[in-house]
Design a protein around this ligand. Sequence first.
Ligand SMILES: CC(C)(COP(=O)(O)OP(=O)(O)OC[C@H]1O[C@@H](n2cnc3c(N)ncnc32)[C@H](O)[C@@H]1OP(=O)(O)O)[C@@H](O)C(=O)NCCC(=O)NCCS
Length: 162
Amino acid sequence: MIEVKPETPDDWWEIEALYDLCFAPGRTALSSYRLRDDVPPVAGLSMVARDSDGTVAGAIRFWPVHVGAVDALLLGPVAVHPTHQGEGLGGFLIQEGLEAGRKSGWDRVMLVGDAPYYGRFGFSRLDGVVMPPPTNPERVLGLELTQGAWHGISGQVTRWTR
Ligand SMILES: CC(C)(COP(=O)(O)OP(=O)(O)OC[C@H]1O[C@@H](n2cnc3c(N)ncnc32)[C@H](O)[C@@H]1OP(=O)(O)O)[C@@H](O)C(=O)NCCC(=O)NCCS
């Protein structure tokens, strides 16, 4: 049995440990992390999944960012513990997070990730949306939460300032 709840401040370090396990060393040196420095994840959308003995099985976080003159959600990191991968938990966390984002009034989501995985949720390449370097533009993907929300949007992705 897996229970999914919104992340609280007490969950922070257990989720960081999961990310350390699931991602290559040096993950926090990635340029996407500079967009997260000193900005808290979006409350309510960032979620943690625990198994029946309380161990963290998966987690997803969302950050607010600016893209040119508009606001967007930055999805990630999302990770599932190796003992639970392939059970649908990653997909569940992503779908739940996207739905929560839509209900909270966000119009658009972006991420840096594998198009073959995120394509199944409707993400596609964002032309003209520029992450801080070095980022492979092929991995910059977006999804509209309201129709047309990425239409005509381009520019640098910058750290949240509000
Ligand atoms: C990516 C991740 C979150 C997926 O979680 P999960 O719970 O295992 O995923 P689900 O069970 O919902 O989906 C599994 C499917 O995704 C596919 N998949 C997983 N990672 C993939 C990838 N990088 N590229 C393409 N497909 C991928 C699996 O092959 C499987 O395909 P199938 O449904 O056709 O059998 C998890 O594997 C993970 O934590 N990986 C390490 C961290 C990571 O890479 N995070 C994503 C950052 S871009």
